[in-house]
Design a protein around this ligand. Structure first.
Ligand code: FES
Length: 151
């Protein structure tokens, strides 16, 4: 699909991920619960670019949650290493990683990202997952690919 794309987010339950296609690429929409949001500050020391200073996101998503609404993370679904599609893994789902709080795992070369799409230190991916331009049209609809009306 070319151009912006409207996505209904009203059916995403807390802790669940919705994957959509925009301009031929995957976009991941994660609805984070309170526990997920609380886990993020504690990971600042473990991620490469905690303040997203080197990573790509619109200015309105350059904050601790990397989002407009803390509840929803919207990122492009391709790894910043070589472009594989990362898999969403909930808290504890990756047994080999101690104290896994949930996030994204790239199976190609083992890069890991937290629940804000921030890349962990010591993996091949250099940068956080990219936040595409977007804006909310209502509480239940987000427009991916157009932020002309965003604050
Ligand atoms: S493409 Fe994701 S780790 Fe290499």
């Amino acid at each position: 699909m070319k151009g912006p794309r409207e996505v209904d987010i009203s059916d995403i339950l807390p802790g669940e991920l919705k994957r959509v296609s925009w301009q031929g690429k995957a976009v991941l929409i994660l609805r984070r619960d309170e526990e997920a949001l609380k886990s993020l500050p504690g990971l600042d020391e473990k991620v490469s670019d905690p303040g997203s200073n080197d990573s790509e996101q619109p200015g309105y998503a350059k904050n601790e949650y990397r989002s407009v609404k803390p509840e929803y993370l919207i990122v492009q679904g391709w790894c910043t290493h070589l472009g594989c599609i990362p898999t969403y893994a909930r808290k504890g789902e990756i047994a080999e990683i101690e104290n896994w709080q949930g996030g994204f795992f790239c199976p190609c070369h083992g890069s890991r990202f937290d629940l804000a799409g921030r890349v962990f230190k010591g993996v091949p991916a250099p940068l956080n997952l990219i936040v595409p331009p977007h804006q909310y049209l209502s509480d239940s609809v987000v427009l991916i690919g157009d932020d002309s009306g965003a604050a």
